[in-house]
Design a protein around this ligand. Structure first.
Ligand code: ZN
Length: 889
């Protein structure tokens, strides 16, 4: 299948292209079995490069003719490329005709079929699966696209930019011609031909320009697009207000597609979305889904400036657009919440995600810098490091130059680079140059180690209070751990937002030695040495340090705080992030002690009382309570250990959960009653927070009931499941039943399936809930295996494949890592099977073995065997081979 062989691409080998393609005129005769592409390009030699043949990328397509300035020329194929040796020295037109087969395209990259329609996905290297091209982001062209297709089968024909012409053709066909005035790289090209309907909205932006916004979905799904449209309008308004970045197109389209490898794609003016991030009604989508739609709609919209107007010079610079755009969507979601605590809740959720996915990545076989140095398959580098750690790097810049300074930096970035393909260095330099007096400008080369060094830095702190001199000295010490190909690490520039908290809860004014007076109760210390000391003066009583507030840097902090200190922070820290963190640490300390000792975990009253106080607190937000009372995940626990025994981790965490359920039983019942949301459904942060706390409470009550054979709460959960007015409550009640292994779980699951059998996204939830049920006696794994044979299951649809396979292997460690090795064997079988269908997806699922080497026996041995079995497959894709190869290194 693959053309060419696996090759390591290196960042340092970058050279500018030998030719430029200035404009492209594409005509498509669309047909699922055989689509004809006529590709007319205006090409010229890049005078800065030595004269050489033109080498065009192409994959799984068949060329039928090649014309230069209207005359046919000879060409050859070499390493999967089409090579033309003799070309004019002056600009020339190049016409290529080729065919492709969308109905055979199971990789979902290039032009493919989904639900009877035709869709494209070109990032990163899918355009070459449509036609021959210089398929690299630094080649930017103006596109004109004509689509011709059967009018009955494909009534809607879309591409980037503006519709310039449409009409009828003989034989029941019709056509549409689109023109995109903005030069763009090929990865931003898109077309859609399908039977769709659109929700439309006209808006007038601040500048007084009118725009048409459209959300295209399948017939029958229109009522599910209101939230996506609202999110899009909010995104347009926000980007103009916060960064002065206006919508630059007359028409902005979102199209939903049921088969999609990722979340969504920012094609210029024609974003294509996974249905999961478009479709929602209260009856079918949860609060988490609503929040996901808002953030992904925002993310793709924000790419219009950070990604499309300024794009990446090469794929090593991916974080230039992704890290920055994740940062922007995070800020957008925070600004949309409207309250300070809700902002903090969003921040906590983002950090939890970072620790759950990026920290393990940074410690495992696939660890790589935010700006990687090499890759085999670029699709494997759409990672949490490039996205989420990349966003943290941008956030640190904002912390170092301030919010206004960062906005100034963005403005300078656009002044310098609008319309160009640039690098991460260009971005960092712009932010620094716009803030010449900042810590960032002073330490830019060192700061940029965040782009070049992999691994999560360790930060250790110790404090010493000296009563006679009324001083408090804080030492901060950093070190980096080795990662693949990088044994030594140089010190980073780490912004440490901090405060000192008195044991009575008072925020202590901060005055460093040498300063004339105290200023404020919070500040940012910038650590750029391996170790540094900070002496605070005029400190009357021994304080508790509150460090890394708001998670001001993506590091692992060891602050050596005792339980008593953590309890002070949990009760009093004015920074909600650190308040939450203190609670997590208290739980973590107890869990790690139990995992390491073989003694059963017995919860102490000090801990349960503190959590009760949070739960019963008269002022705290429900969403904050929910997060504080949710125990650290099994994956996060695993990251704290040198040798990982997933079964021990699971047992300890389940035991703590049960004890917390029992110790706080009356409080959970109180919380459940207190947090019912009356009236119609609204996805706002306050209502969502109440629902999540009510659902957590219900789960805890069902757990406690299960332990002592009481059936009242499972009965109530079942009733709630049946009566629920929205999906959040319904799924919450259902998961309270499955999570406590209640007898009523089975009938509830059956009923759920019957209720929603036509709705693919809801059936995904049905699979995922079963695959992520906390393991008990190996039955969850057995059930997941049975579900493989369920008539609704298919590996071909990425959402469905993820809902069962990723859910089990990635999100249910105790069901997956079994002493008999059956989980690992199951994984190997699925990877091999899926690799033949969709290598990109298979490679993502293969990532669950990144951390296999840290497993305890017997898990380690069976994981190794499973990896070897996958590696032994003869025609493994480059995608999966790269992941497995790195794991086995
Ligand atoms: Zn993105």
């Amino acid at each position: 299948m693959r053309e060419g062989t696996a090759q390591l691409i290196r960042r340092e080998d970058y050279t500018a292209p030998a030719y430029w393609i200035r404009s492209v005129d594409l005509t498509f005769e669309l047909d699922p079995a055989k689509t004809l592409v006529i590709n007319r390009m205006q090409v010229e030699r890049n005078a800065d490069q030595p004269a050489q043949p033109l080498r065009l990328h192409g994959e799984d397509i068949t060329v039928t003719r090649v014309l230069v300035n209207g005359d046919s020329v000879s060409f050859r194929h070499e390493d999967g490329q089409l090579v033309i040796d003799t070309l004019p020295d002056t600009p020339f037109s190049l016409e290529i005709r080729n065919i492709c087969a969308p109905d055979k395209n199971t990789k979902l990259s290039g032009l493919y079929q989904s639900g009877g329609g035709l869709f494209t996905q070109c990032e990163a290297e899918g355009f070459r699966r449509i036609t021959y091209f210089l398929d690299r982001p630094d080649v930017m062209a103006v596109y004109t696209v004509t689509l011709r297709a059967s009018k009955a089968a494909y009534p809607v024909l879309l591409s980037n930019g503006n519709l310039v012409e449409q009409g009828e053709l003989p034989n029941g066909k019709h056509f549409a011609k689109w023109h995109d005035p903005f030069p763009k790289p090929s990865y931003l090209f898109a077309l859609v031909a399908a039977d769709l309907v659109a929700r439309e909205q006209h808006i007038r932006t601040r500048s007084g320009k009118d725009h048409l916004l459209q959300v295209y979905v399948r017939r029958g799904d229109l009522e599910k697009t209101e939230h996506a449209m609202n999110s899009l309008i909010a995104s347009v308004v926000w980007d103009e207000a916060r960064f002065k970045l206006p919508l630059d197109l007359e028409r902005f389209m979102i199209v939903a597609v049921g088969d999609f490898n990722m979340g969504a794609m920012e094609n210029k003016g024609l974003n294509i979305f996974n249905t999961k991030f478009v479709l929602a009604t209260p009856a079918t989508a949860t609060d988490v889904d609503y929040a996901g739609i808002e953030s992904v709609v925002g993310h793709e919209y924000f790419h219009n400036w950070t990604g499309n107007r300024i794009t990446c010079r090469d794929w090593f610079q991916l974080s230039l657009k992704e890290g920055l755009t994740v940062f922007r969507d995070q800020e957008f979601s925070m600004d949309m919440t409207g309250s300070a605590t809700a902002r903090a809740v969003k921040r906590i959720e983002d950090v939890r995600q970072l620790r759950q996915i990026q920290f393990p990545e940074d410690a495992g076989s696939m660890a790589h810098p935010v700006r990687p140095d090499s890759y085999v398959e670029i699709n494997n580098f759409y990672t949490a490091t490039v996205y989420e750690k990349g966003a943290e790097v941008v956030r640190m810049m904002q912390t170092l130059v301030g919010r206004d300074g960062f906005a100034r930096g963005m403005t300078l970035y656009f002044e310098r680079f609008d319309g160009q393909a640039v690098t991460c260095d260009d971005f960092a330099q712009s932010i620094a140059d716009a803030n010449p007096d900042s810590e960032l400008a002073r330490q830019l080369p060192q700061f940029k180690r965040w782009y070049s060094q992999a691994g999560t830095p360790r930060l250790a702190s110790r404090g010493r209070f000296d009563a006679p001199t009324r001083t408090y000295t804080l030492s901060l010490e950093q070190h980096g751990l080795p990662s693949p190909g990088q044994s030594e690490k140089e010190p980073y520039v780490i912004p440490v937002a901090m405060g000192l908290v008195g044991r009575d809860g008072r925020a202590i004014p901060l005055q460093l030695e040498g300063e004339a007076e105290a200023s404020g109760t919070e500040r940012v210390l910038v650590l750029n040495q391996p170790r540094n000391f900070y002496t605070f003066v005029n400190v009357d009583v021994e304080p508790v340090p509150s460090l890394l507030r708001g998670f001001s840097a993506p590091v692992v902090l060891n602050d050596h705080l005792a339980d008593a200190d953590l309890l002070v922070l949990l009760q009093h820290d004015p920074d909600p992030f650190n308040r939450w963190e203190a609670g997590q640490r208290l739980a973590l300390n107890r869990l790690l002690a139990a995992i390491g000792s073989d003694e059963p975990l017995v919860l102490d009253a000090g801990f349960t009382d503190a959590l009760r106080a949070v739960l019963r607190h008269p002022e705290l937000d429900a969403a904050f309570k929910d997060l504080t009372l949710t125990l650290p995940s099994e994956t996060y626990l695993a990251e704290q250990l040198q040798v990982v025994d997933p079964q021990k981790i699971h047992a300890a965490r389940e035991s703590m959960k049960l004890q917390l359920a029992q110790a706080l039983r009356d409080d959970w019942a109180w919380a459940f009653e207190q947090h019912q949301v009356a009236g119609g459904y609204s996805p706002d942060a306050v209502s969502a927070g109440k629902r999540s706390l009510a659902n957590l409470s219900l789960s805890m009550l069902c757990l406690a009931s299960a332990a002592d054979g009481d059936t009242v709460w499972p009965g109530r959960a079942f009733q709630r499941f049946k009566d629920a007015g929205n999906m959040t409550d319904r799924l919450g009640a259902l998961s309270a039943l499955t999570g406590s292994h209640a007898e009523l779980a089975a009938p509830a699951l059956e009923r759920f399936h019957a209720l929603f059998k036509g709705d693919a996204l809801v059936i995904d939830k049905w699979f995922a809930l079963q695959a992520t049920t906390p393991e008990k006696n190996g039955l969850v794994f057995e059930r997941a295996k049975q579900l493989l044979k369920h008539p609704d299951f298919s590996l071909k649809n990425p959402n469905r494949a993820r809902s069962l396979i990723s859910a089990l292997c990635m999100n249910n460690p105790a069901a997956f890592h079994r002493a008999d090795g059956a989980g690992h064997a199951f994984w190997a079988d699925r990877i091999v099977e899926l690799d033949g269908i969709n290598p990109q997806l298979a490679a993502r699922m293969a990532r669950v073995m990144d951390r296999w080497a840290a497993l305890a026996e017997p898990y380690r041995t069976s994981a190794h065997a499973a990896l070897q079995r996958v590696a032994a497959k003869a025609d493994l894709s480059n995608d999966v081979r790269e992941i497995i190869g790195r794991a086995l290194q």
